[in-house]
Structure formats: C-alpha cells, structure tokens
Design a binder for this molecule. Structure first.
Ligand code: SF4
Ligand code: F3S
Length: 144
C-alpha cells in the first residue's frame, strides 16, 4: 500500500545547512551531483537508467541523488530532458540550496525504501510543468 502524499509545507522548519557546512560536506564526500528544480513535477527518470550505482531516490514528484553514493560519473547529466542535474559546484546560484534538499530527501526516501533503479513513465503533466515557475515548496514527500 502506498503511503499517503502530503505537501511538505513544513519543510521550512528543517534547518538547511549553512554554506560553510555545505563546503565541509563537499570536502568529505567529493563532488556529488544534484537534482535541481526542473525535475519537480516532471520526473522523466532517464537519469535512473544510466546511473551505475543506483543512487537515485524517488519522491512523488521529484528525484534526489544520495550524495555519499554518487560516484560523480556525469552519466545522468546529458540524458535529463529538462537539464535538471548538475555537479554541485556548477549549480546555478538560485538552485544551490538543492544540494541540501537532495541529501535530506534522498536519506528520507532511502530509509523508506524508495530507491529507483528503472525508468518509469513521466508524470502526466510533465510537459506542461516544464514551462511553469516552480520552487522547492512544490516538492511532495511521502507521509512520514
Ligand atoms: Fe549516478 Fe553518475 Fe549521476 Fe552520480 S553522476 S547520480 S553516480 S549517474
Ligand atoms: Fe528528474 Fe531529469 Fe531524472 S526530470 S527524474 S532529473 S531525467
């Protein structure tokens, strides 16, 4: 049975690491890749097919990369139709906070068993959402 969905309106209550902590994290784990805003409500999942270490974790309308598992191979970057994936150090400035969201959400979804290893159909209105403004507030998570 699938968990119920809810809008994580309380995500703002979670403390996002400061940029200083983020730098320390990068030093510890290399340079993981990060799924950024264009993935929200699209979820094409082409990235999953090419990842050699299966480090993508699935939420209802977004995928996140687990930074300790990512081996920085770059395979996922060119296959994403909406250019949602970046090396951490090449994230557009407005999406830098997705580094923390990927870590937080990937760990939550990993704990719940939502590792995704095969391509699935995109969300029904994926093409429509490609053109819309969106933000991390649009990310859905599982009811935990
Ligand atoms: Fe997987 Fe490589 Fe992309 Fe990391 S960079 S998420 S290991 S395909
Ligand atoms: Fe998202 Fe692109 Fe993968 S839309 S699911 S990052 S292929």
């Amino acid at each position: 049975m699938s968990p119920e969905l809810h809008f994580p309106t309380d995500l703002s209550h979670y403390e996002i690491p400061t940029s200083h902590q983020s730098v320390c994290l990068a030093a510890q784990t290399g340079m993981p890749y990060v799924v950024a805003e264009p993935c929200i409500n699209c979820k094409y999942t082409d990235c999953v097919e090419v990842c050699p270490v299966d480090c993508f974790y699935e939420g209802p309308n977004f995928l996140a990369i687990q930074p300790d598992e990512c081996i920085d191979c770059n395979a996922c970057v060119p296959v994403c139709p909406v250019e949602a994936i970046y090396p951490e150090d090449q994230l557009p400035e407005e999406w830098e906070h997705y580094t923390q969201w990927n870590e937080y959400l990937a760990n939550q979804w990993r704990d719940l068993g939502y590792n995704i290893t095969e391509k699935t159909p995109p969300l029904d209105d994926a093409e429509e959402w490609e053109e819309k403004d969106k933000s991390e507030q649009d990310i859905l998570t599982w009811d935990v």
